[in-house]
Ligand binder design. Structure first.
Ligand code: IDP
Length: 140
């Protein structure tokens, strides 16, 4: 196993309900370390660029406007096998299919308003981390 970093976003449905600390507790209890974190308001331009891979999907417009509907918390998580481990801890995209104890099972409201984002590969994690953070802002 390798020490990895992944990009996590606590989404507007969770920040609006004051769940940042509860979500972070799930991550920390799972052995993921928050090595960078900031609360920001995304613009439509930023959200559209971040989710560009989904631009042809029918839910793209809804996703972009949701991600700009309240502040988000962007964070870098570090740990053994962090990319896949974080995806496990988040749970399935659709909370109805998420396993017990996962963030999405505990807190997500719908397939769109599903509380958290996590990078899906090491390559994407590197790109997504650099989208939001300078190397000097990451403090392991
Ligand atoms: P993931 O976040 O579990 O990796 P993706 O399929 O990459 O899931 O989708 C990105 C995000 O787009 C989801 O987390 C969710 O917020 C939103 N999304 C995915 N599918 C739908 C849908 O069918 N309706 C509305 N929003 C969706």
């Amino acid at each position: 196993m390798a020490l990895e970093r992944t990009l996590s976003i606590i989404k507007p449905d969770a920040t609006r309900r004051n769940l940042t600390g509860k979500v972070n507790t799930v991550f920390e209890n799972a052995g993921l370390r928050i090595v960078a974190q900031k609360r920001i308001q995304l613009t439509e331009k930023q959200a559209g660029a971040f989710y560009e891979v989904h631009k042809d999907r029918p839910f793209f417009g809804e996703l972009v406007s949701f991600m700009c509907s309240a502040p988000v918390v962007v964070q870098v998580l570090e740990g053994e096998n962090a990319v896949a481990h974080h995806r496990d801890v988040m749970g399935a995209t659709n909370p109805a299919e998420a396993a017990e104890g996962t963030v999405r099972k505990l807190y997500a409201q719908s397939i769109g308003e599903n509380s958290v984002h996590g990078s899906d590969s090491l390559e994407n994690a590197k790109r997504e981390i650099s989208f939001f953070f300078a190397e000097t802002e990451i403090l392991p």
